[in-house]
Ligand binder design. Structure first.
Ligand SMILES: C[S@@+](CC[C@H](N)C(=O)[O-])C[C@H]1O[C@@H](n2cnc3c(N)ncnc32)[C@H](O)[C@@H]1O
Length: 298
């Protein structure tokens, strides 16, 4: 959070407020003197952050929305440029462990996986209705799973007998479709497929792009953006969008002079992403694969 350099009197957007941990860190670093706009697509998360952040009173405003609507949220609150924006992508531990929405392959819960319950398509719809080829592509692309085709075929076979309704049913089908000797040593064999389905349900990768292109212009010059990612697909998008926003001229090198007039609007602060130290990784399992990238508005 220090990378954001929050100052008393500053206005910050926590685009994935979740349980309110990042917002609280900003408020603590500013002696409770900053203003926070917290956004989350999961209304249940907002209930938690609301009670955690209640002590900061009107300094905190919490909004149920997708962070792809960050521009609309700020416009509706009558806010101009902000001093900093953070995003902590992915799921909260609460969503995985307690939401009852089938995010975990270790629990027997309805196969839902929507972070925002107003979304129309659930994991159950995708698993039971996508054709085998589409399913294999999705698992390969969003899960980087080399067993994607075998898994997709096993899912199609199982649902041919009866619909797949729960997370544990799906996890078992995936596990038994991969030969035991090829099961990963340190992760559950369903990890990648669950990630893929969740990304598809919530349109996660496209949302990150839309968000970043909207967020950076909302920063005042000198304002900072910091984004924490938990898998390589997310990190690649953040890296590439930051690069594009940082680029000045985008004309082909063979042109004798610049015709695009494009100006750089972001100074990248993290050439390589920051990763947690050993201590933090030991304390917080989820932080192990975290990568943080930050930039400053020019
Ligand atoms: C990793 S958690 C954030 C945890 C938070 N930093 C904290 O300290 O408690 C990610 C949160 O982002 C939310 N989220 C994910 N994608 C979102 C999106 N596109 N728009 C808004 N919120 C989103 C999730 O619902 C979840 O609550």
């Amino acid at each position: 959070m220090k990378l954001l350099r929050p100052v008393p009197g500053g206005l910050y957007v926590d685009s994935t407020v979740g349980m309110g941990g990042y917002s609280e860190a900003i408020l603590e670093l500013t002696d409770g003197q900053a203003d926070i706009i917290g956004i989350d697509s999961d209304p249940e998360a907002l209930t938690y952050s609301q009670s955690r952040l209640a002590k900061y009173g009107s300094n905190v405003r919490l909004i149920h929305n997708n962070f792809t609507e960050i521009d609309t949220v700020l416009a509706e609150l009558g806010t101009g440029e902000v001093d900093g924006i953070v995003a902590d992508l992915g799921l909260s531990s609460h969503q995985i462990e307690l939401s009852g929405r089938g995010f975990s392959f270790l629990r027997n819960e309805p196969l839902d996986m929507r972070m925002d319950p107003t979304l129309e398509v659930t994991a159950r719809d995708i698993v039971n209705e996508t054709d085998v080829e589409g399913l294999a592509n999705l698992i390969k692309t969003y899960g980087e799973e080399k067993w994607a085709t075998k898994i997709a075929r096993a899912i199609a076979k199982a649902r041919g007998q009866r619909p797949i309704n729960t997370s544990l049913e799906l996890a078992n089908i995936i596990s038994s479709s991969i030969p035991k000797k090829f099961h990963p040593r340190f992760t559950h064999p369903a990890t990648r497929t669950f990630q893929a389905i969740r990304i598809a349900v919530n349109n996660e990768l496209e949302n990150i792009k839309v968000f970043l292109y909207k967020a950076v212009p909302l920063l005042r010059p000198g304002g900072r953006i910091a984004v924490a990612c938990f898998h390589s697909l997310e990190d690649r998008i953040v890296k590439n969008v930051f690069k594009k926003l940082a680029a000045s001229c985008t004309c082909p090198p063979e042109l004798p002079e610049c015709l695009c007039d494009k100006k750089s609007c972001l100074n990248i602060l993290t050439r390589t992403p920051l990763q947690p130290g050993i201590e933090e990784a030991m304390e917080n399992r989820r932080s192990r694969s975290a990568k943080l990238r930050a930039g400053e508005r020019i």
